[in-house]
Design a protein around this ligand. Structure first.
Ligand code: 26Q
Length: 826
């Protein structure tokens, strides 16, 4: 067998061409005369996949032989984006594939653009997980991602009559060439049932067993994750739910054929659809099933792999020395009682041993301090679905509250505030408290966010467990967000620095002293112009709007949320419109031309967010059709914002807006992508904006608005807030109420929420300083050379926002993990 197994695939142009044709003929079963564009996408993907697979299997075998510590990143979301372009570039085969395809009459870039992106995530948190996967492979860390293989990803957003309409995203229509179905890697996952106890004969102790209920099967789908410029290729394992055989026996024997089929359908529904809401709404039972299904399959898989690694004297006690598990928010936090259950009930460990193992294995990343977004599950629901876990959670809480009482004797307020169980009706399990108690490190995702996690969200926990809460500021992968998204700018960097900057962004710093050099400025301006034209061409083709090429391109693209304040942006746009409309033709000429781009999805049940989209579309329609705005102002709402569109939109920006009410955006990661691509930020002192401003220099970020401390003070004095509002804002409100942007009835709820006494997000308060920041940006843009210098300096100051820096910090401070580079055999 060994002799028969293939040697490494050659990647010269003729070999690649032979592999492409072979895949068209044999994988796709099409004879040569039937070649079409889609078969060429499929064939190209399969040809690259072959080359990934050999690196992937080698890497996994290598890790197994090394016995180093491994990390598992547990996330209910991975917003992977397209894979083909990323794979050829990470494998260093872009040139070879481009040539091979070109000689056959195909263009690599248009083949890349045919791929349908898997959208298995909502936004920031899911995309962060995918940036981390890229970095983990690139830096040679032995790490796997674990997630769910939803059949329907994030919904497709269309704008119909100026409103968001959601369509299902069945992303698997044409198959998925990047995954390998592992029908042999499957686990049983139990739901419902009851807990039985028995006396252990050896120790005489009472032990528990979870039995009965429904049993579902989890099947693994693996996707190779190539690193850039390394042979290491990691794995992302996504689970899909299938009915188990046990079902057949139980139900069919009972003679209930239709009932049995229905029950089977229910099993498959567990991994049917991604919840499209990025703040936890209504404790939905199906969502809890998804979380447990995911966690149960993952932990069984992790433990099975750990147990295969035999070494003298090694037991489960040594698990934390060899395995780190990172919980991406509380979504997989049911892992904590599930690992406890496995160690107690299956492995028969004593409680204290099991608890030490679990706590030392888990790390928990918090992504929000907004109270409404913290996950809570009703005790009755948990008791029904996961009876044994509910018992274990009560036991964890009992022991934890004893610790609290020892620390603050008799302080019942502390007990109530810190308890894992909220004493409401019905009682609720606070998953964040469970995650803090059950992890050895808890981290926030930007400095200001971590400070708020310590002082506002978990102050008592921070006192009780000093040092447990740490900061690890987010980052994004420069492979996708610079190299792939912005080839024009990347080739400037490569021509001056060589290709090494992609894996060492610090090298860009050496370009900062050249920021005013005319030749660099010329190239930079060309690249920006190219990116704007590329975006304008897409908008022309897809939306039939002709964008001005010379304007400031101003963007706000992210999920629609009140706290992110897209509304503030729209109010600013209307103010600009009013200014243009009331100006003389002569005055108008001095107004800075601007293209305002908005994009983002609203959760289907989030009515206010949907109204914000409607207002944006209404405003766009009026402004784009008003001759007074010609050459001065355009507004577009780009539908269906996703990773692929982000790659097109971000490199075209001059300025982007990250204007959340201070204290509310944990980090933001779009802010990093925009600056890396040579755009400047208009932003509040929130999330990672604070650190970006420090890195690029306060003069090159247009900062405005109340600070997080001021926000807190303003909120507590809400009732005595000045009822008068800025006259410019009052005019904007009057315009909306006049019905010019569509019936005012549509917007009454939006405006009502903005009366000063109700204005939770402080739009009225921040509006004047927001306009000042806009004016400052307009003024700065007038001096083109100075502007370009600012952009170059900013883009070249961003090394700390590479996810490479982030992952190195996690590896050192949370996971205790070393890189394991694999040197290829040839
Ligand atoms: C929870 C329960 C039920 C249904 C859905 C959810 C759910 C799903 C997704 C809750 C939250 C999310 C996503 C949150 C998210 O994307 N947070 C963002 O994370 C980024 C990465 O750290 C930060 O940059 C952003 O500031 C933060 O908003």
């Amino acid at each position: 067998l060994w002799k028969l197994s293939s040697s490494y695939l050659p990647s010269d142009v003729p070999s690649i061409q032979r592999s492409l044709v072979k895949h068209v003929e044999y994988t796709l079963a099409r004879r040569r005369y039937k070649f079409d564009r889609n078969s060429f996408y499929q064939a190209t993907a399969h040809s690259i996949r072959d080359r990934l697979i050999e690196r992937w299997t080698d890497t996994q075998q290598f890790y197994a032989s090394r016995d180093g510590k491994r990390m598992y990143y547990l996330s209910l979301e991975f917003l992977v984006g397209r894979s083909l372009g990323n794979a050829v570039s990470n494998l260093g085969l872009r040139g070879a594939y481009a040539d091979a395809l070109q000689q056959l009459g195909y263009d690599l870039e248009s083949i890349v653009a045919q791929e349908r992106e898997p959208a298995l995530g909502n936004g920031g948190l899911g995309r962060l997980a995918s940036c981390f996967m890229d970095t983990l492979a690139t830096l040679n860390y032995p790490a796997w991602g674990y997630g769910l293989r939803y059949k329907y990803g994030m919904f497709e957003q269309r704008i119909v009559d100026g409103k968001q309409v959601e369509f299902p995203d069945y992303w698997l229509t044409h198959g998925n060439p990047w995954e390998v179905e592992r029908l042999d890697v499957k686990y049983l996952v139990r739901l419902y049932g009851q807990v039985n106890n028995y006396v252990d004969e050896r120790s005489g102790e009472t032990r528990y067993r979870w039995e009965g209920g429904e049993v579902v099967v989890a099947v693994a789908y693996d996707t190779p994750i190539p690193g850039y410029g390394t042979y290491n290729t990691n794995n992302m394992r996504l689970w899909s739910s299938k009915p188990s055989h046990e079902f057949d026996l139980a139900c069919f024997n009972a003679g209930n054929y239709y009932g049995a089929v229905e029950a089977k359908e229910r099993c498959e529904s567990i991994t049917s659809v991604l919840y499209p809401s990025d703040d936890n709404d209504a404790g939905k039972a199906l969502r809890l099933k998804q979380q447990f299904f995911f966690v149960s399959a993952t932990l069984q898989d992790v433990l099975r792999r750990y147990k295969k690694r035999v070494a003298p004297g090694r037991t489960l006690k040594h698990l934390p020395e060899k395995v780190a598990i990172q919980l991406n928010d509380t979504h997989p936090s049911i892992s904590i009682p599930e690992l406890m259950r496995l160690l107690l009930d299956d492995e028969l460990l004593p409680w204290d041993d099991a608890w030490d193992i679990a706590r030392m294995t888990f790390g928990y990343t918090n992504h929000t301090i907004l109270p409404e977004a913290l996950e809570k599950w009703p005790v009755p629901m948990l008791t029904e679905l996961l009876p044994r876990h509910m018992q274990i959670i009560y036991e964890i809480n009992h022991r934890f509250l004893q610790e609290v009482d020892a620390m603050w004797p008799g302080d019942t307020q502390k007990l109530a505030a810190m308890s894992i169980i909220e004493e409401s009706t019905p009682k609720m399990v606070r998953m964040a408290h469970l995650a803090v108690v059950g992890s050895h490190v808890v981290n926030g995702v930007a400095e200001i966010h971590t400070a708020l996690v310590k002082t506002r969200l978990f102050p008592e926990f921070n006192e009780m467990y000093p040092g447990r809460i740490k900061n690890v500021t987010n980052g994004v992968t420069p492979r996708r967000w610079i190299l792939q998204a912005n080839p024009a700018m990347s080739s400037i960097f490569t021509s001056i620095l060589g290709p090494g900057w992609v894996n060492d962004l610090r090298r860009l710093e050496t370009l900062k002293p050249l920021a005013r050099e005319p030749s660099l400025q010329r190239q930079w301006t060309h690249a920006k112009r190219f990116n704007k034209e590329r975006l304008a061409a897409w908008i022309k083709a897809n939306m039939n709007v002709d964008l001005m090429p010379n304007a400031v391109y101003d963007m706000q693209v992210k999920r629609i949320h009140e706290y992110k304040r897209q509304m503030l942006n729209i109010l600013g746009i209307i103010h600009r419109y009013a200014t243009i409309a009331s100006a003389s033709a002569e005055q108008r000429k001095s107004i800075q031309p601007r293209v305002c781009i908005l994009a983002g999805k609203a959760a289907p049940g989030y009515e206010i967010a949907k109204k914000i989209i409607q207002l944006a579309c209404g405003v766009a329609k009026v402004i784009n059709n008003d001759v007074r705005c010609a050459g001065r102002l355009q507004v577009v709402f780009i539908p269906n914002f996703n990773v692929s569109l982000a790659e097109l939109i971000i490199p075209a920006s001059d300025v982007s807006q990250h204007i959340s009410t201070a204290g509310m955006e944990a980090s933001g990661t779009g802010n990093m992508k925009f600056v890396m691509n040579g755009g400047l930020i208009i932003g509040t002192l929130d999330g990672a904006n604070v650190e970006i401003a420090r890195a690029v220099g306060e003069d090159d970020v247009f900062v405005f608005g109340a600070t997080a401390d001021e926000v807190a003070a303003l909120r507590s004095s809400m009732h005595k807030r000045e009822p008068r509002i800025d006259e410019r804002l009052a005019r904007v409100f009057r315009m909306i109420r006049s019905g010019v942007f569509g019936s005012a009835d549509n917007y009454e709820r939006l405006l009502d929420g903005l009366t000063p006494s109700k204005d939770f997000y402080l739009l009225c308060h921040d509006f004047p300083s927001y306009l000042d920041a806009m004016d400052a940006a307009d003024a700065a843009y007038r001096d083109k050379d100075e502007w370009t210098a600012k952009c170059i300096k900013a883009a070249c100051s961003m090394w700390a926002f590479s996810s490479d820096r982030t992952i190195r910090e996690y590896a050192r401070d949370v996971w205790g993990m070393e890189p394991q580079p694999f040197n290829p055999p040839h």
